[in-house]
Design a binder for this molecule. Structure first.
Ligand code: PHE
Length: 476
């Protein structure tokens, strides 16, 4: 349940529908499924298998293969830590909007409300422009919630996910039914699902599918290794990996229906084509959806409230899974108490997050998110595959996994771990690198991309290396 909670997060509702639409609509399903079966599920099995075999979090699990690979585990953890820093701030936005939805205080101009009244965006990344106190306040509340969820580790997490996994599933169904029964909905769904088969010839589409699978399944962040290390000895691995991966992707597919039916309605109500209302990321959740909610014939406040409740319940178990992965690693290495580790990790992450609560925060969020997920995370995933595939031996891990599982995996798994996934990740790394060098990123000034993006990747690598070289007090 906790693994599903980690995988199913904000990425399913605001990233998947848009990525699918932008990369061939209905045709995207093909690369997406290929990515799921050649990288998603194999890596999920790898991470579950490794965590279960070593009974430790990512850094120590890798150190047990060979001490000199410990940095790979730390890289995964550092990337995850840097993700949680902004993920919690976005959760804070959802909390503020939850309150706004009580009286629809975003009014009619939802777009300028978001960028001006709410974020009060500065003129660019060079102008931080002071802290937005309501956002910082909300982020603090979200951190308190995360802190309590992991208060006693698996014991509390296990109880919380009994709520935070089913509740968003039910809410999503509510939104799907409501969405699909609105006028214009089918036009939106047609947009989402009509295949553009030409897209299959475009390598970018394939890379987008692999990127989405990694982020969405929470793979490469050390989360699944840590969670598997908490499982009772002898738990089935293949089954759990399939259940986690397939329920996550099923959720994504349905949220595409929920999102695009509403976009179809919005387009019809404002008399424009559907592609004019399609948006991604923050603007989908904080501008487009509120606009559509305003237009609902009845129950606007209720649906507004439920929508942000959906976002909050989606986000919280993804957020604390990242915190848990970090806490477990720190504890494994230095053998400190849970209370201490929880507090340190949450507090430091909150302090780092202050930058995203400033008026220029969104620019940095955008740059750092791109570089973490497209470089640092890919390096961690690639290194993980190579070490397991060649140093530890894919066959050896497969043997361990098969002994514990009802269904055995065959040689195809070794092939995915040793050849297919590393090849795709390598190509992706090189091609994104070339693009960034030649085209920069997102129209930001190149120094900002260099410092924010390149700097963060370099920082992650250096910190990972330093942490792996610090002396620990490992348990046996
Ligand atoms: N998988 C989560 C989502 O789709 C994000 C996440 C990434 C959570 C990495 C934990 C670790 O939103």
């Amino acid at each position: 349940m906790a693994a599903i909670g980690s995988a199913v997060g904000l990425g399913n509702i605001w990233r998947f529908p848009y990525v699918a639409y932008a990369n061939g609509g209905g045709a995207f399903i093909i690369p997406y499924l290929v990515a799921l079966f050649t990288a998603g599920i194999p890596l999920m099995i790898l991470e579950f298998g490794l965590g279960s075999m070593m009974g430790r979090s990512a850094p120590i699990s890798l150190a047990r293969i060979k001490k000199k690979y410990e940095w790979i585990g730390w890289l995964a953890i550092v990337v995850g830590f840097l993700v949680i820093v902004y993920y919690a701030v976005v959760m804070g936005w959802a909390l503020v909007y939850f309150v706004y939805s009580l009286d629809l205080s975003w009014g009619n101009d939802t777009a300028s409300f978001f960028t001006q009244s709410f974020l009060n965006l500065s003129s660019g990344p060079y102008e931080l422009g002071g802290i937005r106190w309501p956002i910082l306040g909300a982020a603090v509340l979200c951190w308190l919630a995360v802190y309590f969820c992991i208060f006693r580790g698996v014991k509390t997490v296990g109880k919380i996910v009994m709520w935070t996994v089913p509740v968003p599933m039910i809410l999503l169904l509510v939104f799907m039914v409501r969405g699909l029964t609105l006028p214009g909905a089918l036009e939106g769904v047609r947009y989402y699902l009509t295949p553009d088969l030409k897209a299959l010839y475009n390598p970018q589409v394939w890379l987008a599918a692999y990127g989405q699978i990694f982020f969405s399944l929470s793979i490469g962040f050390g989360v699944m290794i840590a969670y598997a290390s908490f499982l009772p000895k002898g738990s089935d691995i293949v089954n759990n990996a399939f259940i986690t991966s397939l329920s996550n992707c099923g959720f994504s597919f349905l949220s595409g229906l929920a999102v695009f039916s509403v976009l179809g309605y919005l387009a019809q109500a404002s008399n424009v084509a559907v592609d004019k209302v399609v948006a991604s990321g923050p603007s989908l959740a904080f501008v487009t959806y509120p606009t559509a909610i305003n237009l609902l014939p009845f129950g606007a406040r209720v649906f507004g409230g439920l929508f942000f409740l959906l976002l909050l319940t989606l986000a919280i178990d993804s957020a604390f899974s990242l915190v848990e992965a970090t806490v477990a690693s720190v504890r494994d290495k230095w053998n400190i108490t849970r209370g201490k580790a929880n507090f340190i990790v949450c507090f430091v992450a909150l302090i780092f997050g202050v930058i995203y609560t400033t008026r220029g925060g969104l620019f940095w969020l955008d740059i750092i998110d791109h570089f973490l997920n497209n470089f640092a995370l890919i390096i961690a995933g690639l290194a993980e595959c190579l070490v397991i595939g060649y140093v530890f031996g894919a066959r050896r891990l497969r043997g361990f996994v098969n002994e514990l599982s009802d269904f055995s995996i065959g040689r195809w798994w070794d092939i995915c771990i040793k050849y297919v996934t590393p090849a795709i990740l390598g190509v992706s790394l090189i091609s994104v690198f070339i693009q960034r060098i030649s085209r920069g990123y997102g129209g930001y000034p190149s120094w900002a991309v260099f410092i924010g993006g390149g700097g963060v990747v370099a920082l992650a690598l250096i910190v990972a290396w330093l942490l792996s070289n610090l002396k620990g007090k490992e348990l046996d």
